[in-house]
Design a binder for this molecule. Structure first.
Ligand code: MGD
Ligand code: MGD
Ligand code: SF4
Ligand code: MO
Length: 840
């Protein structure tokens, strides 16, 4: 096809998704209104297991954390339906309405079918495209990469990904190309409050066998071993549904359930106790609980002595631990070599107090956790004493006022957390504010105070891992000539880098963006930062996706990718204990191509073909062939045979994985570090922490959020805290146009407490416009008593074109905390008004 037309029927940006008209001439002729295209194309319905039917193993992998195994039923080369396939560990069997509606997603008439170039003379975002061949598309992209790298340097080309699909084949293919090109990497800033908080105090937990634990908590099957499950801002019935039955079964077995959430969520309705908390104040509540623990003398002194930095002496002059070398004794050689630095590990023990004497920790079996001493004129205090100072900064009454939780409820919660074991299940609500990393720091510290870690039923977090495909083979595959020399820029900082053209003291001029498995113009904060600053600064923008998302809309070239069941893959990340194997069930539809195949072809055009000679199956074979994969039984032979191979120790039902079981932590001291000598930002950015920020960051402490706070002057103008929820009928923006789900959930809504609505003259089911200084969003207001007065809750992930006006991410900001470097999705104030029919 030539000329300019939208392959979606020549419709405008706003209207193309709202129509059910049959797509334009360029598309394959399928009825958009048909429930399943395979059936619409005339295939006779088949019975499961019939001679004509083949059943393949699929893994649903949108990072809803579920990674459900599916039977992909294929008849005559078409997927007819998806049904639940068993996990090897049957306690993890699950599926949901999205997993059951894959046929409609695969054959979605709005699915991208061929490469498209932004039509000449039209603006980005205008939605006018011309169809091109793969050869034309990849020639153009290769030309642009060479041109831009030649003109601005290798790092000017950048790749950005998020959580759309993080499987081994796709990830390794892009990683290899990025490294070979020395391109820049724009890293995700999602859920990083939890990750930063955990890594800060308990260590960046990377195990050679298990991989990297984004959340090193006890396996969810261990919740039944607790006395109480305390849920901190997790919406398990909707967002972590695969775990809900485990929580329910634990409850049926007599475990108490407490839910701390500003909103009366579905799981709150199932709880023995719901504690409505003011948004962004969880850290304060945890500090109050710690205060009560200390006041009642309930802290576990032995655990603190042996497994935490509690007894370590801290110098008041430097804030560093007092070490034996301060006393003039040189560090001694240990004969052991640090695996990462390759240097010999030197022993320089921290000094502690025993009966008032300052001695090296190595010589003290039971060091004092309390005490002050003088060392050569410098006052030194134990880290425990410093922690207690911070804890005592706020009285329970003050905390009660700020959290809006009655003192009696805080006291009762203290009884509950002291009477362990307690399975604290933290979700991603509390960390979605600028001060969010500290909620995890404080939550884990509360547990360390009580020795409520490393035992059955005693945990903090929400188990989430990235199984390393890792073995030496994987490292070599992804960086055959060494790691990329390009920049590592946090996505939330990209706007700053683009504006300043500097990063970490170097000139940085990002000129090309390639986005895959990501829809940042929709799922990242402040859409205007993308459409008005980042995208306009680019010479060239590529998006690889299966749908014309908000991000694809603003691209110069859109590449149609194969759907999950159209290639062989291994999913190796998420809230699951295993590597999950996905068979290729059908050929990529239309002209779509699997991401690794796109990369392979492009590499050929870039003169890098020699690095991409293997097929994806061969790549997987070698990735899963090294000693580590072998040690956990995760060879591809085994994966192809068993479909699922557990990579964490233990057995889901008989011996669930317990985090920090031996009391060892992956911190610099090997202990739980509620006091940190040298806090470091999660990732480098254009900001540098001040000396004051460093001093504060060393210990758990409360800071008000950036916006969502009554003391903020902006609060007078914008008195509503704008909160989001995980959409039950999408995963972020995925499944956005699936007919079955849109029938149940047809348009953007926002839930509002009737009192707030009535005060503004807003009727139930009427359209409102939410607004602040950054932007607007139009949605249908739904009265709900479950919504805390002063807050709004919207299910996230509608594409811009699905809103009658604006979009939710227009209202959030790219401001970020210098330590956590995270998207503050809920640290947003706004006001609402009845909608006047205008699309601003
Ligand atoms: N269906 C579906 N499932 C998903 C996803 C999806 O898009 N759709 N996304 C997946 C992803 S990537 C993620 S990260 C997870 C997130 O999983 P969850 O964290 O379980 O999901 P959220 O909906 O963010 O729930 C957070 C809860 O925190 C509450 N909350 C908000 N602010 C505060 C606060 O200050 N304090 C406290 N205590 N609570 C607060 C909210 O009311 C909400 O109930 O869900 C995953 N699962
Ligand atoms: N308001 C608000 N926004 C949020 C959050 C919130 O709490 N509130 N939560 C955030 C969180 S925690 C997360 S994790 C993010 C997720 O943010 P994203 O990862 O950007 O969201 P998704 O919509 O899941 O996926 C992006 C795209 O990946 C594509 N994709 C899927 N599989 C493949 C593939 O194999 N290849 C390619 N090339 N593309 C593929 C999908 O079609 C989809 O368009 O959203 C964040 N956004
Ligand atoms: S969307 Fe999530 S819960 Fe639903 S089937 Fe897929 S992986 Fe499972
Ligand atoms: Mo996430």
């Amino acid at each position: 096809m030539s000329g300019t037309a939208s392959p979606l029927g020549g419709l405008t940006r706003r209207s193309f998704l709202k129509t059910t008209a049959v797509a334009g001439a360029a598309t394959v002729a399928v009825g958009a209104a048909a429930p399943t295209v395979a059936l619409a194309e005339g295939a006779a319905p088949v019975t499961a297991g019939s001679a004509e039917e083949q059943v393949y193993r699929g893994v649903c992998r949108p990072n809803c954390f579920g990674f459900c195994h599916l039977n992909v039923h294929v008849h005559d080369g078409k997927v007819m339906k998806t049904t639940r396939a068993p996990y090897n560990e049957s306690c993890y069997d699950r599926i949901c309405q999205r997993g059951l509606s894959h046929v409609q997603r695969i054959y979605d008439p709005q699915r991208l079918q061929y490469p498209m170039r932004r039509a000449e003379g039209t603006e980005r975002g205008a939605g006018q495209w011309e169809r091109v061949t793969w050869d034309e598309a990849l020639d153009e992209i290769a030309g642009k990469i060479k041109e831009i790298q030649g003109k601005y340097g290798e790092s000017a080309v950048a790749f950005l990904t998020a959580s759309g699909n993080q499987a081994a084949g796709i990830t390794s293919a892009y990683s290899r190309l990025i490294a070979l090109l020395n391109a820049s990497n724009i890293g995700p800033c999602l859920d990083m409050g939890s990750y930063y908080g955990m890594a800060a105090v308990a260590g960046n937990y990377v195990s050679p066998l298990m991989g990297m634990m984004m959340w090193n908590g006890n396996e969810p099957t261990d919740a039944v071993n607790a006395k109480t499950i305390v849920v901190w801002g997790a919406n398990i019935t909707d967002a972590q549904i695969q775990n809900w039955h485990l929580i329910k079964e634990a409850k049926q077995a007599g475990v108490k359930l407490v839910v701390i959430d500003p909103i009366f969520t579905q799981i709150a309705s199932q709880a023995d106790k719901w504690i409505p908390i003011r948004p962004a104040t969880d850290t304060l509540l945890k500090l109050a609980l710690m205060r009560l623990v200390i006041e009642r003398g309930a802290h576990d002194v032995a655990y603190l002595q042996q497994h935490t930095v509690a007894p370590y002496l801290v110098r008041s002059d430097t804030g560093k631990f007092l070490r034996r070398s301060d006393t003039g004794v040189a560090p001694t050689a240990t004969g052991q070599v640090d695996a990462t630095t390759g240097q010999e590990i030197m022993l320089d023990p921290v000094m502690v107090l025993v009966d008032g004497a300052i001695v090296p920790e190595t010589e003290a079996a039971a060091p004092a956790i309390e005490g002050t001493c003088d060392f050569e004129g410098v006052e030194c205090r134990t880290a425990f004493d410093l922690l207690v100072d911070n804890i005592m900064e706020h009285t329970v009454e003050e905390v009660s006022e700020l959290t809006e939780i009655p003192v009696a409820d805080i006291e009762e919660l203290a009884d509950i957390v002291i009477d362990g074991p307690v399975y604290h299940y933290e979700g991603y609500g509390p960390q979605a504010y600028n001060n969010g990393g500290q909620t995890t720091v404080a939550g884990l510290t509360l547990c360390a105070l009580l020795g409520n870690l490393g035992k059955p039923g005693a945990s903090y977090g929400a188990f989430w891992g990235i199984g390393l495909i890792t073995n030496i083979a994987a490292a070599q595959y992804t960086a055959p000539k060494g790691p990329s020399t390009g920049f590592n820029i946090a996505s939330v900082d990209l706007k700053n880098v683009v504006e300043q053209k500097k990063f970490q003291g170097k000139d940085a001029d990002i000129k090309m963006l390639w986005m895959y498995s990501a829809n940042p113009l929709n799922t990242h904060t402040d859409t205007h930062a993308w459409t008005d600053v980042i995208i306009p600064a680019m010479d060239y923008v590529v998006t690889a996706d299966s749908a014309l998302t908000d991000t694809a809309m603003y691209s110069d070239m859109v590449l149609p990718v194969a759907q999950w069941f159209e290639l062989e893959e291994v999913a190796n990340a998420g809230q699951c204990s295993s590597y999950n194997y996905n068979e290729k069930a059908i050929e990529p539809l239309y002209e779509s191509k699997a991401d690794p195949d796109i990369i392979r072809e492009l590499a050929g055009k870039l003169g890098l073909g020699e690095f991409f000679t293997q097929s994806t199956s061969e790549v997987l074979d070698s990735l899963f062939s090294g000693p580590i994969a072998t040690a956990v039984g995760a060879s591809m032979d085994n994966l192809r045979d068993k479909k699922q191979v557990r990579f964490i120790p233990g057995d889901a039902e008989k011996k669930p994985y317990i985090a920090y079981e031996n009391g060892a932590f992956a911190t610099p001291t090997g202990r739980f570090e509620f006091y940190r000598e040298t806090p470091v930002p999660r990732t480098p950015t254009t900001k540098t922490p001040t000396a004051e920020q460093v001093a504060a960051e060393r210990l758990p402490h409360f800071e008000p959020p950036l916006e969502a706070w009554p003391e903020n002057p902006l609060y007078e103008k914008y008195p509503l805290v704008l909160m989001s929820e995980r959409p039950r009928y999408r995963v972020h923006s995925q499944w956005f146009s699936t007919p079955l789900l849109r029938e149940i959930d047809p348009e953007p809504i926002v839930k509002i407490n009737p009192a707030d609505a009535k005060a503004r003259g807003i009727a139930d089911q009427s359209y409102i416009e939410a607004y602040n200084d950054r932007g607007t969003a139009v949605a249908k207001a739904i009265y709900s008593e479950a919504i805390r007065p002063g807050t709004l809750v919207y299910p996230k992930g509608w594409q811009l074109s699905q809103h009658k006006g604006g979009g939710w991410s227009n209202l959030s900001s790219t401001e970020f905390d210098v330590w956590i470097v995270n998207n503050n999705f809920m640290d947003v104030l706004c006001e609402i008004r009845p909608w006047d029919g205008k699309d601003r």
